[in-house]
Design a binder for this molecule. Structure first.
Ligand code: MOS
Length: 727
């Protein structure tokens, strides 16, 4: 059964209700959790291979130019050094924003400061580190030609702008309007587990333990980088300590480890330092955004313009899709949406959690707050008045959209009615207290996925796919779908992930993992159910499976194992159908936040935050909630502290570690509440789920910014809103 058979006709609506265990949605623990806490979940750097050599990457000390010569001799004479590699295929692969799209690359060219250009391999990590520091590389320094700041005049459209009506006239005629320019800085993914790879060859066959989000793509990328057939590449990534986009594509450590291991004829491990991850793995682009909104006296938008300037390295195709949610979220018949990209000599820009909405929504939601103030309409009400019946300019209907419910439920839980409409109304000692709201919105994507499910003759369920778990709950969720569908206890369900030899899952990215690979598991289970129904002598639609028993109306319950003479294995596949283009499927939510701003220091402390979210069927209430919490925390960081700082002289990253790149810690996040609005979206996927992985960040920083204004009356448009800007 493939998805296109079932998906375009949403006749899967009731399929999940055939079994009544209620396993799907339960807040079950992640089965790998205890392994991670006990330190027994093995991460890429931890695979012990016999005779493994250690590689350390060397970054370019110029910002642009060429490698002229690598003087290997001195380093080769150092203790334990086995080799210095900078082959034609090696090290040049930039971490990409979009898996599978590598620009043509000239191997001796340096595109950005600290770009890895060589790998030093030694018997021990210490020897390799020492030798890497001593490696003498001669460069042809062309840094003088580099442009270090976005130049709006030179920027090219990243895509065709969306235009409708007469924006200028609508702005002139509007009863109320705002015209605001925002800036957001670059962000780092900064996953807890640094990038690492252990490579081992057996003849022509490469096995690589890596930290990767998308194994099917990663096999193709690595094979391409090495110039070998993908069938010779075996990737293993069973546990991944966070990705946030930084591991969507392969990066230097994987290619370097593979090449050195081949040359040396022994396993090679390459682990990036925290600084190397910051310096050479992609960033989220900084943005400059101009937002113009115009509305009538009733607050209904007539003019809506969102224009953004982003950057990337010259020749890179990815551009942060800043206006993505602006395409469908609010009304306004006179529209302009445009993103332009400028070339800049900083490390590659790519997908960082919720590319587009993360920064686009945080600016838009501040603009909406300012428009609400101009109209005198409550900001929650203003948003509710501006939800269109169909996508503006497209006429596309929406699938499920629980934004009104999210705003209402969030407002009620938070106590929004206690907010003063005017700023500076509440003071406690030296702290100004204020409240802010923002909408959340994020596109929903269904990705191609395949999964294999086996019901063993003794009643055990095994789910297998090369899908990854980046800390998000894939192991738990995929097991829940199978346990639900096959009526077996969750304790008898095993999920195997992160092995490229298993069927090709969707991979973890773009919030699509659980709904897409979950749908493939669902369809594999449907096929198993059909076989069981046949064995029981009933129609597939009438089969009931629960607590390890099978029955139907008029057919006595029997243990499922009685129907099995051998293991029963089926594969489920899903692909996006044509319906996706006809229905806008997005995910929605609302943030409410209370901050305290110090009147003397300008320091902002978060006091509490509530988020309410609707994203289709909840597959696991605990992991979904955790995703929302994590997103909100990142939103708070975006609002208050997070910022990549580049030296304007040569484009090098100044704050290249977690001591200088400030993310919120526990003490910064006192009180968070998440409300999950259960819903079914039959258009989104056979399991009626959409994605939630990225939703919690999309707009969260706007709520914080709006609360700051409500607290102390200072309106800022440049993120992050650090004390120096507030005073
Ligand atoms: Mo995500 S930024 O697609 O991992």
């Amino acid at each position: 059964m493939t998805m296109s058979d079932t998906y375009d006709t949403p006749d899967t609506r009731d399929m999940l209700d055939r079994t009544r265990q209620g396993v799907i949605g339960k807040p079950l623990d992640r089965p790998e959790g205890p392994l991670k806490v006990a330190g027994t979940a093995t991460y890429a750097a931890e695979y012990a291979r016999e005779n493994c050599a250690e590689g350390v990457l060397v970054g370019a000390t110029i910002s642009t130019g060429r490698v002229r010569k690598i003087n290997r001799d001195v380093v080769m004479a150092m203790p334990g050094v086995l080799g210095v590699y900078s082959s034609e295929r090696m090290l040049r692969r930039a971490a990409q924003g979009t898996a599978g799209e590598a620009p043509e690359q000239d191997v001796s060219k340096v595109d950005f400061p600290m770009q890895p250009v060589a790998l030093v391999v030694a018997e021990t990590f210490e020897q390799a580190t020492n030798a890497a520091k001593a490696l003498d590389i001669e460069y042809e320094d062309q840094s003088g030609d580099a442009q270090f700041l976005p130049d709006a005049a030179d920027a090219e459209p990243a895509a065709d702008p969306i235009k409708a009506g007469d924006l200028d006239k609508a702005m002139r005629d509007a009863a109320h309007s705002v015209d605001l320019t925002f800036t957001t800085p670059g962000h780092a993914s900064a996953a807890m587990e640094p990038h690492a790879a252990v490579a081992e060859w057996n003849g022509k066959d490469l096995t690589l333990w890596g930290s990767l989000q998308m194994l099917t793509y990663n096999v193709a990328e690595l094979a391409d980088s090495l110039g070998i057939d993908p069938k010779h590449v075996h990737l293993l990534s069973p546990y991944v300590g966070g990705g946030f986009g930084s591991k969507l594509g392969i990066s230097h450590e994987a290619v370097a480890a593979a090449i050195a291991a081949k040359e040396l004829g022994r396993p090679v491990r390459v682990v990036m330092s925290r600084q190397q991850v910051f310096q050479s793995i992609m960033r989220r682009s900084e943005t400059e955004q101009r937002i113009r909104l115009g509305c009538g006296h009733d607050g209904r938008l007539t003019a809506f313009a969102h224009e953004a300037l982003v950057s990337n390295l010259p020749g890179e195709s990815f551009s942060e899709p800043v206006t993505q949610a602006s395409e469908f979220l609010y009304a306004g018949e006179n529209r302009l949406l445009a993103v332009r990209k400028s070339d800049i000599t900083r490390l590659t820009a790519g997908s960082v959690r919720a590319p587009g909405e993360a920064v686009g929504m945080q600016a838009l939601e501040v603009a909406m707050d300012e428009l609400a103030e101009a109209t005198g309409i409550d900001p929650v009400e203003l948003r509710k008045r501006n939800l269109p019946d169909e996508v503006p300019g497209e006429g596309t209907p929406y699938s499920s959209r629980r934004l009104v419910e999210a705003l209402d439920a969030g407002a009620a839980a938070f106590g929004w009615d206690k907010r003063s409409a005017t700023p500076c109304a509440r003071r406690e000692g030296e702290w100004w207290i204020g409240m802010g709201v923002a909408s959340a919105a994020r596109v929903n994507i269904l990705a191609k996925a395949e999964a294999r499910v086996t019901l063993t003759a003794n009643g055990h369920v095994v789910v297998e796919t090369d899908h990854t778990d980046i800390g998000t709950g894939s192991y738990a969720i995929l097991g829940q779908v199978a346990a639900e569908m096959l009526g077996q206890p969750i304790e008898r369900t095993t999920v195997r992930l992160g092995d490229s030899r298993l069927p090709s899952g969707a991979g973890s990215g773009g919030s699509w993992g659980a709904s897409s690979t979950g749908s493939a598991v669902f369809l594999a289970c449907e096929a198993i159910r059909a076989t069981l129904a046949q064995a029981l002598g009933c129609a597939s639609d009438d089969l009931l499976l629960q607590d390890g028993k099978a029955w139907a109306e008029g057919v006595e319950p029997r243990p499922v194992t009685d129907l099995l003479s051998e293991d029963l294995t089926r594969t489920g596949k899903i692909e996006p159908g044509k319906l996706m283009e006809k229905v806008n499927q997005s995910t929605y939510g609302a943030f409410f936040c209370e901050v305290a701003v110090n009147a003397f220091t300008g320091e902002t402390r978060l006091r509490r935050m509530t988020g309410a979210f609707g994203f289709g069927r909840v597959l696991n209430a605990k992991t979904a909630r955790s995703q929302c919490l994590g997103g909100m925390v990142w939103g708070i960081g975006s609002a208050l502290t997070e910022e990549l700082s580049f030296d304007s002289r040569d484009g090098h990253l100044v704050n290249h570690d977690l001591a200088e790149y400030h993310v919120p810690v526990h003490a910064d996040i006192p009180d968070m509440e998440v409300i999950l609005l259960e819903e079914r979206d039959p258009h989104a996927s056979p399991i009626q789920a959409k994605g939630v992985g990225e939703l919690g960040i999309c707009g969260a920083a706007g709520a914080v910014a709006n609360a700051i204004y409500n607290a102390c009356g200072v309106r800022l448009h440049d993120f992050p809103m650090t004390p120096d800007k507030l005073l």
